[in-house]
Design a protein around this ligand. Structure first.
Ligand code: ZN
Ligand code: ZN
Length: 268
């Protein structure tokens, strides 16, 4: 199973997960043109997708989804609430509603989802299971990691988890109090410390790859996010790969293998 992060942050999120020549996109939160440019950089063919899976309708996750699904002639998978929120933009796109906790086949992957705590219509965290029992968990845009999220992400080989803000930089940063409260609240985003606590709880010997995502450009820095999580995971014996996804350039591909840290990123 191969993972490419096309970009992650408040200005856009998209991940590509491939196996055996089949690719799914998780979120498509960039304009179609940007998605195409980034896919070209990493040699990804966006015309051949098994599906576009959306966590929620916010623009930084769904912006390019209708266009990319139309061009690839593939379905969009999302919660009923997300599909309703996007219905005006999803004409001529086939859609598959995702119910929490039930499994759906998307190409060679089995997809399960659960609700998250975030200020969107019906946001989801996702788990994709591929051949060989490789499990990839994705959870970003969540104010707090509920027990449903922690259960969904158990036993993962690879986790893509939000480390949105440093708590001190958020308090002293440029945002007005109302925005700060929204970000730190239960419908907002996880701090570095909350991400470290969540990942420490989810750690098990089979976890080989951790990608920190949705890192704020004004209230965080990659080294702060990585440092907080590395400290928590190293104590537990984590020897896998820990990387921080960026907003403006793709990261990967990473080959995710059970029982072995992902191969080092191939810099395009
Ligand atoms: Zn977001
Ligand atoms: Zn959001």
């Amino acid at each position: 199973v191969r993972l490419i992060v096309l970009g992650s942050g408040s200005r856009g999120n998209a991940l590509a997960v491939s196996t055996g020549g089949h690719t799914v996109l998780i979120d498509a939160g960039f304009p179609l043109k940007v998605l195409r440019q980034r896919a070209a950089v990493v040699g990804l063919d966006l015309n051949r997708l098994a599906g576009v899976i959306l966590t929620h309708e916010h623009g930084d996750h769904a912006e390019g989804a209708p266009g990319v699904a139309r061009q690839a002639r593939c379905p969009v998978y999302a919660s009923p609430g997300t599909l309703r929120a996007l219905s005006a933009r999803l004409s001529r796109v086939s859609t598959v509603p995702l119910a929490a906790h039930s499994a759906v086949a998307v190409g060679p992957f089995t997809l399960t989802a659960c609700h998250t705590s975030h200020d969107a219509a019906e946001p989801l965290a996702l788990a994709l299971e591929g051949p060989g029992g490789i499990r990839l968990g994705v959870a970003y845009d969540l104010g707090r990691p509920t027990s449903a999220v922690r259960f969904l992400l158990r036993e993962a080989t690879c986790l893509v988890v939000e480390a949105n803000h440093d708590e001190i930089l958020l308090r002293t940063g440029p945002y007005p109090a109302s925005v700060r409260q929204r970000i730190a609240g239960s419908g907002g985003h996880l701090s570095n410390r909350a991400a470290a606590d969540l990942l420490a709880e989810l750690w098990h010997p089979g976890l080989t790859t951790v990608v920190l995502a949705h890192v704020s450009e004004s209230c965080n820095r990659a080294e702060l996010a990585r440092g907080a999580v590395r400290m928590a995971l190293q104590e537990l014996g984590f020897a896998g790969m820990l990387v921080v996804a960026g907003q403006d350039a793709p990261l990967g591909p990473f080959d995710i293998l059970a029982g072995a840290p992902a191969s080092a990123p191939v810099t395009p």
